[in-house]
Ligand binder design. Structure first.
Ligand code: DWN
Length: 415
């Protein structure tokens, strides 16, 4: 893709043109587009952030695709900053290792391997591992952990080269990456050619049921092109001869779903009961029509009014408020709600890459967490609300000294 973005005119799964726009968050910079101080004056690229519903296969998807090279070649998000995330990776690796009886000759390939956090757990089980990720800066971190990494985007062509170089994969994992990829058909062609005959393809992504139910509008951003429910997902995987042999709902990232796939065999089992149950949950929640999505958009407007009233009132009372977690989602919430340094003095984040930078759009400075003890703010707005428990536990000193936390999602809570 040469241009900075392209408009979505056809559904990325079924190619339907019957796309209904139900949410428009306006024009916004890319969610991990953190800025150096000397770049604050230069104009930032802003792109439409809006969501479409496909009236044929029900896939929820962004209205545009920002050029992935602008977002993923130098990437500042690493999962290893959150214990909850690492626990999730640990139990995923253990579950797959045990369930599919991996051994020293097994090869596990992770698409979107980031800093090698997930593969490190597999490596500890002495299986062969390979990461695939376009971010040069993260591949270096992974290589330092002994995780060989191919620095490229995953697609059908690259998959064939990987088979030539490393052989077929017994397990392919893809956590929080499939939703980031525009050409899903290419991904499945690549998986189908890379995966060994009896191999398994394990995906994990945020689940639309949780997103809509828990008002998680700020997880809608330019990195996430698709917001999956099972109905369109099953349509997609069936085109490539895959079936779901395992499904788990997870708390991670506001509510995710882990799916284990295998190539359909002759004696392929009828759809899992859990899959059937989740399809009925989706239908009952109204995810196959526009009304529930329109209601969701209305709830976000109410949330915006309510949170801005609270924060403005606290500022009138001369309260000192900071943000916690310079998360992509936090950058969506602050930009859409108009929360800048008029409200938050700064945001703290444990990611070394983000400290000393400014958040995209509203330009809030990011510092290390140690700043809290020095400044003793009155309130902490938890922008990384998906890790609220871990953060509150970590900052119990702040709470002991009378500080209060504001959790904005799924609804405003002061603890
Ligand atoms: O899909 C994606 C998800 C998985 O991660 C990516 N496209 C981008 C990214 O989204 P995010 O930035 O909203 O993810 P997190 O993991 O919710 O961001 C949490 C932020 O909070 C990180 O920058 C780390 C930070 N953090 C912290 O500073 N102290 C987190 C914890 C738990 C802490 O104690």
């Amino acid at each position: 893709m040469k241009k900075a973005y392209r408009d979505v005119e056809k559904c990325r799964i079924c190619h339907s043109r019957r796309l209904f726009k139900f949410l428009d968050l306006g024009s916004m910079p890319i969610p991990n587009g953190f800025l150096e101080r000397d770049k604050l004056k230069t104009s930032e690229q802003k792109f439409e952030l809006a969501c479409l519903f496909c009236e044929d296969c029900c896939l929820v998807q962004l209205s545009i695709v920002v050029n992935p090279a602008l977002m993923f070649k130098n990437y500042v998000y690493i999962p290893s900053m959150a214990k909850v995330m690492m626990n999730n990776f640990g139990n995923l690796a253990f579950q797959i290792y045990k369930e599919f009886k991996l051994n020293k000759s097994s090869l596990v390939v992770d698409i979107g391997s980031n800093d090698g956090s997930l593969l490190t757990f597999f490596k500890n089980f002495e299986v062969k591992v390979l990461g695939i990720d376009p971010a040069k800066n993260l591949a270096k971190l992974a290589e330092m952990k002994g995780i060989p990494t191919e620095v490229k985007f995953f697609n059908a062509r690259n998959a064939k080269q990987i088979v030539k170089k490393y052989g077929k994969a017994d397990v392919i994992t893809a956590t929080n990456v499939i939703a980031h990829i525009d050409n899903l058909h290419q991904v499945f062609e690549g998986v189908a050619s890379l995966l060994a005959k009896d191999g398994v393809f394990v995906t994990e992504f945020p689940y639309l049921v949780d997103l809509i139910k828990k008002n998680e509008f700020d997880t809608i951003y330019h990195e996430h092109l698709s917001y999956f429910s099972l109905k369109p997902w099953i349509k997609l995987i069936s085109l490539y001869g895959f079936e779901i042999i395992g499904v788990q709902r997870l708390l991670i990232h506001g509510g995710s779903i882990r799916l284990i796939h295998r190539k359909k065999s002759r004696k392929s089992n009828k759809a899992l009961n859990t899959v059937k149950y989740l399809l009925s949950v989706e239908e009952n929640q109204g995810l196959y029509s526009t009304k529930a999505l329109i209601d969701f958009a209305r709830r976000i407007e109410n949330l915006k009014v309510e949170l801005m009233e609270l924060l403005t009132d606290l500022k009138k009372k001369r309260k000192k408020i900071i943000g916690y977690g310079a998360a992509a989602k936090g950058n969506v919430l602050t930009n859409y709600f108009g929360i800048g340094t008029n409200i938050l003095d700064y945001i703290v984040d444990s990611t070394p890459y983000k400290q000393g930078l400014f958040t995209p759009g509203v330009h809030i400075p990011v510092y290390g967490e140690s700043r809290i003890a020095k400044d003793r703010p009155d309130y902490i707005l938890i922008l990384a609300w998906n890790f609220a428990d871990e953060i509150i536990e970590k900052e119990r000193e702040f709470k002991k000294n009378g500080g209060k936390f504001i959790i904005p999602i799924p609804k405003i809570k002061i603890v």
